[in-house]
Design a protein around this ligand. Structure first.
Ligand code: GLU
Length: 454
């Protein structure tokens, strides 16, 4: 079987790190098996869906390294959903209901008060043609429900009906269809809820594996029943745990929490975001992977834990720093040039270990090229004057620092921090930074002497 997966966001907001977890799980799964990845916009909710959000989602995925093989929009496929709806209606499996939301609420409250599960009683299925006509005459429009196959012929006598599947993340799963209300597939205004279009698309697009968040487990029971009603084979399902912050709070697209765009704008590397999104809540250690190929190697749906995937948003900064510390010059040269940094490989290798983000190199580029506001305390004036005197002649190389400070130690009796810190502060204006041994040749003789002027 060829693998075809899809990531199916509704373009009603920006995607966050939790959504990227789903996208990456699908992408890595497809890449591991040489399969196809479809980006499908679930945009049947025309009120809330926006083209700008769809564009932003495509951009965010591309930034993460996900290049969909195919892009689909549900809004362009309504005819296919109409055909499927007609098929279900013809089979007597889709029926009109006229209750208002308030009426349904009241019924649910009543059921709860009587200690019964608040499952829809299929009143719509009992309506005669005259009763329907009367509702229509009142100006009511129907919404349409699918009759769950949880009975033996009489839909008013339900029986326990387990729908089971072997979940790629959660193992054996089952949902009792008798515990669920018949799902509404079509709204009063004739638009489709997500359920039916998703199934029709999965069938038409040959989706073999549906990998999505565990908030969809109950939907899966319903969807398997509808796949069968449409005489199609249901795909393989995998429901992964959801990312939550340390205090257990879920992420929301609407709240803009940890959106991929904001992480990108903060100057983080896509791979630190991807590594955190994928490896959190799995049995694999959360560590920065250099590229998606390495992440695909580490990734395994069966290693996804059953409990929620708690993470600390701050972790992404630590992962980012670890990635940047090991980044080869070739991976950053273009970006450095765009930042106006033209120090080449030697500069990058000198400073990367002190960069939490690539853009931090700007601070060190400023230190190398100047001007620098050196700091010299009163107690250190003599040392700095001696340093000016003692700077070895000739080109400054990586050996200069130890020869120079060795000489100064002998001249001044200073050693360790008391010797190195005043020099660092005078030459860079900072107390921390890259190794002075490698920084010194980059600053160059003339600037070094200049910065040691009283
Ligand atoms: N649009 C749905 C969502 O964002 C897709 C769920 C699915 O993958 O089937 O939750």
């Amino acid at each position: 079987m060829t693998t075809t997966v899809r990531f199916a966001p509704s373009p009603t907001g920006h995607i966050h790190i939790g959504n990227s977890r789903t996208a990456l799980f699908n992408w890595l799964y497809a890449k591991k098996s040489g399969g196809t990845f479809i980006l499908r916009f679930d945009d049947t909710d025309t009120e809330r869906s926006r083209a700008e959000f769809a564009d932003a989602i495509a951009t965010d995925l591309q930034w993460l390294g996900i290049n969909p093989d195919r892009i689909e929009r549900q809004s362009a496929r309504v005819e296919s959903y109409d055909l499927a709806a007609e098929k279900l209606k013809a089979a007597g499996l889709l029926y009109p209901c006229y209750e208002t939301p308030e009426e349904l609420d009241r019924r649910r409250s009543r059921a709860r008060a009587l200690g019964r599960p608040p499952v829809y009683d299929r009143a719509g299925l009992k309506l005669t043609n005259d009763e329907r006509a009367a509702f229509e005459a009142e100006g009511r429009r129907p919404h349409w429900r699918f009759v769950l196959p949880n009975h033996d012929g009489d839909p008013f006598v339900t029986r326990r009906t387990e729908v089971s599947w072997e979940d790629l993340c959660r193992g054996a799963q089952s949902v009792d269809l008798a515990s669920l209300s018949d799902p509404v597939l079509i709204r009063e205004d004739g638009t489709y809820l997500y359920t039916l279009p998703s199934i029709v698309d999965d069938i038409d697009m040959g989706v073999s594996h549906v990998i999505r968040g565990e908030d969809h487990v109950a939907n899966t029971g319903v969807q398997i029943a509808i796949f069968e009603a449409l005489e199609a084979k249901a795909p393989v399902f995998g429901h992964h745990n959801l990312l939550t912050t340390r205090d257990g709070e879920g992420l929301s697209k609407r709240k803009g929490a940890l959106s991929i765009g904001s992480l990108r704008d903060a100057g983080l590397e896509p791979m630190s975001v991807a590594s955190l999104a994928v490896l959190t809540g799995t049995s694999h250690a959360v560590e920065p992977m250099a590229d998606l190929e390495a992440l695909a190697e580490a990734f395994d749906l069966a290693s996804v834990s059953r409990s929620s995937a708690k993470f600390d948003p701050e972790e992404v900064n630590g992962l980012n720093a670890r990635l940047v510390h090991d980044m080869p010059y070739t991976a950053v040269s273009g970006r450095l040039t765009r930042l106006g940094i033209v120090g080449g490989e030697a500069f990058w290798l000198a400073v990367r270990g002190n960069c939490g983000k690539v853009a931090d190199a700007q601070v060190y580029w400023q230190i190398v090229t100047g001007p620098v506001e050196g700091i010299v305390g009163d107690d250190d004036q003599d040392l700095i004057a001696a340093a000016r005197e003692a700077l070895p002649d000739g080109d400054i190389t990586e050996e200069t620092w130890s020869a120079w400070t060795g000489d100064l130690k002998a001249r001044t009796g200073r050693k360790g921090k008391a010797l190195f810190m005043p020099l660092r502060k005078a030459l860079t204006g900072l107390e921390h930074g890259p190794d002075m041994k490698v920084l010194l040749p980059l600053i160059g003789r003339q600037s070094v002497l200049q910065r040691l002027q009283p």
